[in-house]
Ligand binder design. Sequence first.
Ligand SMILES: Cc1ncc(COP(=O)(O)O)c(C=O)c1O
Length: 438
Amino acid sequence: MTWKQTTTLIPDGVQTLSKRVCCHVADVYPEWIEYGKGSKIFDALGRKFIDYPCSLGATILGHAYPAVVEAVTEQLKKGTLFSLSHPKETELAELMHDVFPSMEMMRFVKTGSESCQAAVRVARAYTGREPILCCGYHGWHSWYNCTTPKNAGSVKQDVTPVKWGDVRKLEELLVEKKPAAFILEPYVYEDEGRVEKWLKEVRKLCTVHKTVMILDENVTGFRTRKLSAQNHWKIKPDLSCFGKAMANGVPMACFGGNRDIMKVLESNCFVSSTFGGDLLGISAAIATIKVLRNKAAIEHIWVMGSKMKTAFNQAAQAIMKGEDIKCIGLPPRTHFIFPTAAHKSLFWQECLKQGIFFGHAQFVGYSHDLTDIDKTISVIRQAMKMVNKFWDKPQDALVGIPAEETLRLVTTPAPEQTKAMPDCKKCGKKHWTFQKCE
Ligand SMILES: Cc1ncc(COP(=O)(O)O)c(C=O)c1O
């Protein structure tokens, strides 16, 4: 089988945009990954790499994690899908409710895009309103896709993106559009210090304007401290979406939340799929969540992720010429910034040559151990020296074609809001309209 055959049969040769050849250093990165074990992946030539994109954030425990393999194998032997419900659906729902108390009722789906589409539909059905505000990436379905540059074929809808942290704009849009929902990723690569403030302001504004607050925790779920942004920052969204790491790489996602809102699914709104009750995903999710809860996995992930982030930034300071290189984001999902695609691609190329597979985000997981992280740090330092050497002409050392950015752009938070806070017409002081005069 050749890569040419693949691209003849499969558009771009991939099922996911960020797996495209153009998103890596073409001619340097492997075409295929054949298998994975723990924190390592192996290509068709038998080369071993420490994996950092980790299945785009899905394999949080590592590839082929034994407890998950066992749970799936056992279920496989007993049948995977029936035409009535199975008790494991309730077992998982109870576990989810226990971990995320805001999930009073929920339904299972297979992908994060479905979870967001379903939550948006439920919010529209509950409020009887149509417009949607969004912040972040929410999958490929038309309601969201129509807001992106790659939107041919999607029917245009009244959906308006809001910049992360822009409370003033959010308030304006809530007044102007009277949206059914504001769906947002709690954070992408923003500083931890500002996340709580932003989420609390969003919560208050959505309540005042009777807009359903949907927290898209497809990435932040199971990865943030206390297993989610909502738990960590004590925010109760009306609806939430979970997927990605929920079943450690087995297709599984979920949306749910406030019971009154979710009850529209027992009335005039439906979200239904043949594979919603797929027992492989459900078994994998139960096993994954139990490991995450019982083994202090999140603490391990944060320690490993912080170590790598700090070492990257220290190396950037010590070795690199410019200030333009840094690692941003919270420890379980970080992103490297370089001044140009060529600089970053040269860095990736040099890391790959030494067995480190980087992608647009690093999702450090439970299987990354100190040996992996120490090796990675040593390779990062060597790769930076190479980038430094070719700083003025990185192309001269690049074997392949520089990587393009993925569709997900790094969000640029709005500037601190204090300056933009309006003068209150009643008391003359600066405060948001949802806050009472002092
Ligand atoms: C925050 C967020 N929501 C939704 C999705 C869509 O999930 P999926 O690709 O599983 O459909 C993604 C995927 O990257 C995501 O990052």
